[in-house]
Design a protein around this ligand. Structure first.
Ligand code: PMV
Length: 342
């Protein structure tokens, strides 16, 4: 029996950085779910055991240990998995070498396929609904993947300012959002397309002994509380202040951990500088955020798309590898697909 899903990547505005067993966040986070950066996955379930995986039609035996580890982690919730073999076909909309992490989109797509199959065989899973169960499984694969299960703004991690927020699974941001955030744009500037300098699990573990960890965790709660005003009123000046502070804090934490890491490249800083100058010169609400890497996510409302794209093409893409960028925007979340490989 086959199940197929397309699931998007997401970009955190308030960053998850630091975790505790079993894959629970040390602080809450909120993200925009993206649209164009996504993974399509189809799983063929058969009686038996073992896993095979192909990416764009090419077998990837090196991915198997990671998938087996994921299945081991989710098996206590889904013991039926031990009686099935999984043949996984997957493809990413973004190039493998782009420096865009495929873990959020990839693990959420796989989790959705698994939960759909569990329903088909009438397995009673532990969560209170399909999406909640898919978010729990995704989280066990990669923390940020838990947020890819929903469209729009998504929160993961318990925090006093959001009633239903939870460490085990992500939830849709429950409060009213100003229309300026509808279809918000994220242009991903591909500054560095090599391997990430550190894996995210090593990155999270740096927080275990970080001298600023307690302050950081409480700051994330505060920032998540503070960003809710601008999300409601559309105050982009304040929104930008919080989002850029979060991005730079993430890198500041990496630079001040032991061992320390510098993932920003000279081109990352050149882009950040130009965005800030352009914002001051024009008054346009264009801003940036960063992942745990050198690429820059340029964020802006759809109302200034034309001007922002001119600026990006004229001034920023010269700092990218081969002038490459990905034009993305806030999306609606995962989609169930007709089976795409027969
Ligand atoms: O989901 P992970 O373990 O790859 O961690 C993601 C961490 C950041 O992307 C840096 C921040 C976030 O909240 O997505």
């Amino acid at each position: 029996m086959i199940t197929s899903w397309q699931s998007p990547s997401n970009i955190a505005l308030i960053k998850y950085w630091g975790k505790r067993h079993p894959q629970l966040p040390s602080n809450p986070s909120i993200s925009f779910t993206l649209s164009e950066c996504n993974t399509k996955t189809q799983v063929n379930f058969a009686q038996g055991s073992g896993v095979s995986i192909s990416l764009d039609g090419v077998n990837q035996p090196t991915f198997i240990p990671k998938i087996e580890e994921f299945i081991k982690r989710i098996s206590p919730r889904h013991p039926w998995l031990s009686s099935y073999s999984l043949s996984i076909e997957t493809s990413n909309s973004f190039p493998h070498s782009s420096g865009i992490a495929s873990s959020a989109s990839g693990l959420s797509a796989l989790s959705l396929c698994i939960v759909e199959f569990a329903e088909k065989i009438d397995f009673q899973y532990g969560a209170t609904g399909f999406h909640q169960e898919a978010s729990i499984l995704s989280r066990l694969g990669s923390g940020s993947a838990s947020r890819s299960i929903y469209g729009g703004l998504v929160v993961w991690g318990k925090t006093p300012s959001i009633e239903n927020a939870n460490d085990e699974y992500a939830v849709k941001y429950p409060h009213q959002v100003h229309p300026t955030f509808n279809n918000y744009f994220d242009v991903v500037l591909l500054v560095d397309i090599g391997e990430k300098a550190i894996s995210s699990s090593i990155g999270h573990s740096l927080m275990d002994t970080h001298p600023f960890k307690e302050k950081r965790f409480s700051q994330a709660h505060q920032n998540l509380c503070d960003i809710q005003g601008p999300l409601r009123t559309g105050d982009l000046e304040r929104f930008i202040e919080i989002v850029e502070l979060e991005a730079l804090t993430l890198h500041g934490l990496m630079m001040s951990s032991s061992p320390s890491y510098i993932l920003l490249k000279p081109n990352t800083l050149a882009i950040i500088q130009k965005i800030r100058e352009f914002r001051i010169d024009t008054g346009l609400p264009i801003s940036f955020t960063l992942d745990a890497g050198a690429n820059v996510h340029v964020l802006f409302p759809s109302s200034i798309k034309e001007k922002a794209m001119h600026f990006i093409k004229d001034s920023l893409t010269q700092h990218c590898k081969s002038h490459r960028y990905i034009l993305d925007h806030v999306g609606d979340g995962p989609k169930r697909l007709p089976n795409f490989v027969e």
